[in-house]
Design a binder for this molecule. Structure first.
Ligand code: VGL
Ligand code: ZN
Length: 208
């Protein structure tokens, strides 16, 4: 069984959003093509879903500005602008995304004391989301991952997929993903490749 995992294709990470990723909205039409013609049995999507007082927000730390380093529960933490607050337009999926075709939505980042880049578990690995269990129950053997942002949530989701779903072939769809920092994007792709994630483009998938 083949699954497509769409990471955080939300207004907050698209131009005009609170944590806009350069060119982030350009992944939406590609995602829609993959959903329609990619030959997937299951389509799942993650949704960054923070309470207004989330500890990754610079606004919660006296004297901290967005994109500086800080600490959260004793761990180094990037201080993000307030983003994807539950129930706000920033947290909604991009309006053009074919959400009616999504079989399972995994919200994440609800615990104010820890960030959750991966769609599979919190950054401290203490709490799992339900995603690995869902994919196991669906007997997924192929998992293709794309979305926003390559250097954060996409990367950590792909690495966790390799770690937590050892019998699943994991691929990163590069043209259906965008990241925040050019060097960090390159490093993320190298790290994913080193951990056994195959790097592909939507062209290859749609040609199959
Ligand atoms: C993300 C930073 C903070 C992401 C989410 O979706 O990549 N990045 N929260
Ligand atoms: Zn977030």
């Amino acid at each position: 069984m083949k699954a497509l995992l769409l990471i955080d294709m939300q207004n907050g990470f698209c131009p005009g959003g609170n944590l806009a990723v350069p060119d982030g909205d350009s992944v939406i039409p590609i995602a829609n093509r993959l959903i329609r013609d990619g030959g997937y049995d299951v389509v799942v999507a993650s949704q960054d879903w923070h309470p207004a007082n989330h500890g990754s927000f610079a606004s919660q730390h006296l004297g901290k500005k967005p994109f500086e380093m800080g600490e959260l529960s004793g761990q180094p933490q990037v201080m993000w602008p307030d983003h994807c607050v539950q129930g706000t337009p920033d947290a909604e999926f991009h309006p053009d995304l074919e959400v009616s075709e999504i079989d399972y939505i995994q919200q994440k980042g609800e615990n104010p004391a820890v960030d959750s880049y991966s769609a599979f578990r919190d950054n401290d690995h203490a709490a799992l989301t339900g995603l690995a269990g869902y994919l196991k129950a669906q007997q997924i053997t192929e998992l293709d991952i794309c979305g926003l942002a390559t250097d954060y949530c996409v990367k950590f989701s792909a690495l966790d997929a390799r770690d937590m779903l050892p019998n699943v072939n994991v691929r990163f769809i590069s043209d259906a993903s965008r990241g925040i920092d050019p060097q960090a994007i390159k490093d993320a792709i190298s790290e994913m490749r080193e951990c056994g994630v195959d790097i592909v483009t939507s062209k290859v998938i749609l040609a199959d």
